[in-house]
Design a protein around this ligand. Structure first.
Ligand code: ADP
Ligand code: PHD
Length: 540
């Protein structure tokens, strides 16, 4: 479902849409709007209780006489838009919000669309509040309330009424859960959505406090107001993987709502990451860390000049700096390398988020909100020849708590019958396999830690009907991002390290992608192996 329509923009921009005047659009109204109503809404939303658009900006297409030079760039073309996503760590409190608002102000000539995650650890706090309500019947949102109150206090303003109302609504919802002592996955998704709905309002408030008179005002936007729509399905709130997919129609809807900012940058949209609605108007979530996906979908939809992911670290590092302090910044990665790196354990960019930008040819970068002058990491379609020459291994990532299953055929099924049977069992239990190695009679594979819901004992029982099965828990995967051209020499050096450290490699996967080599190791040897390999490939 996720894909980028080939011809966004020019054609869409010439469709006329009705001239609308509206007022008093508040969040509660938005909650009850149906699909048609949502798609009918004009592009400028979010300013509470006051008229926000008198005419449809779609009437101001680049070639209409109403265009002024101010709306065109130096080459007489409409401006592009820049997507800037700020993660929870970058917007943890009032001080950080002001810092990020400053970064956005500096980028105003590039016409930013801002995407924001929940403040600090708010998503975890919301999930815990829901759990506590179910288990104990108690409701306590003091910490969530005070995170937002303190931030507004830092800005020197009262909490905006919509934030007060959202906090009260959250409390009422949790009281209902506490009374029933049960919660549906749909309600849980709804509860976590408050994190981003609050943070965009806090961010908009911070920007409006910081801005000067000439600068456009910020407006908080819930992603569904600009048409971010997914398939139906709940339960992604606390999952590394989303159970929903972005509907293709979202791309044209987003372009419809935000595209006019290319001609007339009349407000700074501050859009909720991570949340969307399905076509019935039910709130859905994109999986943990899913705000990156919101940003790249918007970037692809409006053909942005760039999608910037702002974090608390100076771009992608050669490995997780919390684990190995000698990690160094990676200046440039290809989309393919970035996708592999995140799929295989680095938390820098959400694994699914690379795809929309990649398909749309919109470059990305990872930047540090604590050090905005740092160049960070560029993510581009292709490396230059100098960049290629400069490095062999781009980065190392790892995943622990992996389950490895070794299946040895006990019947003469023939290889294709055996493999078909094995995969049918994994398919039945919705178990997604990460790494696989096969021989005539043996299949070894790993299950990702994100699939904790998978009933491994049931898979084991079914497979035992045709095979000898052994399950190894607590193995780890260590992945080197390395182009195929260098992988032979890198493999040789890696095995020298494993030999020196007497590490038993359970499985090696090489070749499925152009850019990665993955080793499956005993979990307790991961740290030693990572440190040594990092020293070898990047220096101490
Ligand atoms: N290869 C890596 N490069 C950079 N940071 C990494 C890497 N692997 C793990 N991290 C960690 O990811 C953290 C940022 O992720 P996260 O806290 O989820 O950010 P955000 O809230 O901005 O989305 C960094 O502080 C860093 O410790
Ligand atoms: N707030 C959500 C979504 C998100 O993307 O967050 P962050 O950008 O802070 O990883 C989460 O915590 O999962």
């Amino acid at each position: 479902m996720l894909g980028v329509p080939a011809e966004l923009g020019a054609n869409a921009a010439h469709q006329s849409s009705p001239v609308m005047t509206y007022s008093n659009v508040n969040d509660n109204d938005m909650e009850t709007l149906n699909l048609e109503e949502i798609s009918e809404l004009p592009p400028m939303l979010g300013r509470e209780h006051r008229p926000v658009a008198q005419t449809s900006p779609w009437l101001h297409t680049p070639d209409t006489p109403t265009d002024t030079p101010r709306n065109l760039n130096a080459e007489n073309k409409p401006h592009q838009l820049l997507v800037m996503k700020f993660g929870g760590t970058s917007v943890g409190g009032g001080e950080q919000l002001l810092r990020c608002a400053g970064i956005v102000r500096k980028a105003l000539p590039d016409r930013p669309i801002v995407v924001v995650s929940a403040m600090g650890k708010t998503t975890n706090a919301l999930l815990n509040a829901a759990k506590t309500a179910v288990e104990t019947g108690e409701v306590d949102i003091t910490a969530i309330r005070s995170t937002h109150e303190l931030a507004m206090k830092h800005l020197g303003i009262d909490m905006p009424p919509t934030m007060v109302e959202l906090l009260n609504e959250l409390e009422r919802l949790l009281n209902g859960v506490a009374l029933l002592k049960e919660i549906s996955t749909q309600t849980r998704d709804r509860i976590v959505s408050f994190g981003e709905r609050l943070s965009v309002r806090a961010f908009a408030a911070a920007f409006n406090v910081a801005k000067n008179k000439e600068e456009a005002e910020a407006q908080a936007v819930d992603a569904w107001q600009i048409g971010m729509r997914t398939t139906s399905g709940s339960g992604s709130a606390d999952s590394a993987f989303s159970s929903v997919e972005i509907l293709e129609e979202s791309f044209s809807a987003i372009m419809h709502h935000l595209g006019p900012l290319k001609q007339n940058y009349s407000y700074v949209p501050i859009v909720t990451g991570y949340i969307a609605k399905d076509s019935k108007g039910i709130i859905t979530t994109l999986g943990r860390d899913g705000s990156d996906l919101t940003a790249t979908v918007i970037g692809a939809a409006v053909k942005a000049s760039e999608v910037q992911i702002w974090k608390d670290v100076s771009g992608v590092q050669t490995t997780d700096p919390r684990v190995i302090s000698s990690a160094k910044p990676v200046r440039v990665l290809t989309f393919e390398e970035a996708a592999e790196l995140s799929t295989f354990g680095s938390k820098v960019v959400h694994p699914a988020a690379v795809l929309p930008a990649w398909q749309a040819g919109v470059p990305m970068s990872v930047r540090n909100s604590m050090a905005p002058e740092d160049p960070g990491t560029r993510i581009v379609p292709k490396l230059s020849s100098t960049e290629t020459k400069e490095r062999r291994v781009a980065a190392i990532s790892s995943k622990s708590n992996i389950t490895m299953i070794v299946i040895k055929s006990s019947r003469m099924l023939g290889q294709h019958g055996f493999l078909a049977h094995v995969f049918s069992v994994f398919n039945k239990y919705a178990a997604s396999v990460d790494v696989i190695a096969t021989s005539e009679v043996t299949v070894s594979l790993t299950l990702d830690e994100g699939y904790k819901h998978v009933d491994v004992p049931a898979i084991e029982r079914e497979l035992q009907e045709v095979a000898k099965v052994s399950v190894l828990h607590d193995v780890a995967m260590l992945t080197l991002i390395v182009p195929k051209s260098d992988s032979v020499s890198v493999l040789r050096e890696a095995f020298t390290v494993f030999e020196e450290l007497k590490i038993q490699v359970e499985m090696v996967s090489h070749g499925a992608s152009n850019v990665n080599v993955t080793f499956v190791l005993p979990g307790d040897q991961l740290l030693t192996a990572s440190k040594k390999l990092h020293d070898v490939f990047f220096g101490p």
